[in-house]
Design a protein around this ligand. Structure first.
Ligand SMILES: Nc1ncnc2c1ncn2[C@@H]1O[C@H](COP(=O)(O)OP(=O)(O)OP(=O)(O)O)[C@@H](O)[C@H]1O
Ligand SMILES: [Mg+2]
Length: 372
């Protein structure tokens, strides 16, 4: 098995570092605190939640529930997810909680179907009107209150920013009211839209104001990642030299998904010794494989945006995007166009801002753009 996973969490042996972050989540769960977890995309939020939950499950003192609401578009979609998350794992429930769950299901009668891919049960509740949704939500939270009195729970809601796009106006407020009443349940609200999440949780007018701790996930420290990479290659009887490891982390800016991807390819490559040269070659193969997609991006952007994107890729983290030096160097027309371009590229998740600097999101794409 390739130890560099590109899927969701596959176990602690394949998970690098995040010790402090894991501890923070575990502590929050034991002390009924809520956490808002955010980062740029593909930095490892979902993996971290699964890792912390794995540790919590081992203690057998707290139950864990994970929901991904990325594909929900309304309150009823949210309720179906929540129901599925709470009830789908019934096999693992014991004694009183199982009886409680059975009672609940008999009374509100969700429709149970089975996911075609995974075979896991999916619950959906008959909540066609907003009134019915609110009623069911009440019942679910009422059930949560009873259930958590038996055993505390932590519930992670991944891609939480989705709820801001639901057509129902007051979902944030409704959830907040319910969540606040629960004494033995803590929540993780996770998502990658930093500004939206920050707005939701720190703006005094918003219902979630100050009800959670903010946790921003940065890249894994270089030394930690380097040690992990060397270890995993060594376990597969592959030697990788220090320069090669350094090269991997530099080329990927230590951005988790891209590190994993490059290492996954290198591991599968089959050699016994990996040096800097092989790393560079592998990267250029990856760029070639993805070239079709990269060229497609060009059709999605205006000429001015495309030019700006190349300029940002070449600068690898520039702050002053409207300075005349930057604009002259890259032959960009004027500050107003650049400002508009930046806004649009941010909205399209083509770039992100970190420490005031702008970066192209996809590090491989950035490398490809630099050669243009
Ligand atoms: N600490 C880690 N060690 C090894 N691999 C990791 C680690 N954290 C995450 N990964 C891997 O990196 C990839 C991206 O991680 P993950 O999906 O958790 O990121 P994310 O921040 O949730 O992304 P998105 O914003 O797209 O939801 C996954 O393949 C995951 O398995
Ligand atoms: Mg995720």
């Amino acid at each position: 098995m390739n130890p560099f996973s590109l899927k969701d969490y596959i176990g602690p042996a394949y998970f690098c570092d995040r010790k402090a972050e894991t501890k923070r989540i575990v502590d929050a769960a034991f002390n009924q605190r809520n956490i808002t977890l955010s980062s740029i995309r593909k930095m490892g939020k979902t993996g971290l939640i699964h890792h912390a939950f794995q540790q919590l499950n081992k203690t057998n003192k707290i139950d864990t529930v994970y929901l991904d609401i990325y594909y929900t578009e309304s309150l009823s979609g949210f309720i179906n997810r929540l129901g599925t998350g709470l009830f789908a794992n019934r096999e693992s429930l014991t004694g009183k909680i199982k009886r409680m769950t059975n009672y609940f299901i008999r009374n509100i009668r969700p429709v149970i179907t089975f996911d075609g891919l995974t075979g896991f049960p999916v619950f959906s509740f008959n909540v066609e009107t907003e009134q019915a949704s609110l009623q069911t939500l009440n019942e679910i939270f009422g059930f949560l209150e009873k259930r958590s009195a038996e055993k505390p729970l932590i519930i992670a809601i991944d891609e939480f920013q989705q709820i801001a796009g639901y057509p129902e106006q007051n979902v944030e407020a409704i959830l907040r009211t319910h969540i606040q009443k629960l004494k033995n349940v803590s929540f993780i609200f996770s998502g990658s839209d930093r500004h939206l999440l920050t707005r939701m949780f720190t703006n005094a007018k918003q219902p979630f104001y100050q009800s959670t701790e903010l946790m921003y996930l940065e890249a894994i420290a270089e030394e930690e990642y380097a040690a992990f990479i060397k270890d995993k290659f060594a376990e597969g009887s592959i030697t990788i030299d220090d320069k090669a490891v350094k090269e991997i982390l530099t080329l990927t800016r230590s951005h988790t998904y891209y590190v994993q991807y490059l290492c996954n390819k290198l591991y599968g490559f089959g050699g016994e010794l990996i040096d800097e040269h092989i790393v560079k070659q592998m990267l250029s193969e990856i760029l070639q494989e993805n070239e079709v997609y990269y060229s497609e991006y060009r059709n999605l952007l205006s000429k001015a945006q495309w030019k700006l994107l190349i300029a940002l890729a070449k600068e690898e983290g520039i702050v002053q995007v409207t300075s005349s030096a930057f604009m002259r160097k890259h032959n960009l027309s004027n500050a107003a166009t650049v400002r508009r371009g930046i806004k649009s590229l941010l909205e399209k998740f083509m770039i992100y801002q970190s420490d005031k600097k702008y970066f192209v999101y996809d590090v491989f794409f950035a490398t490809w753009l630099k050669q243009l």
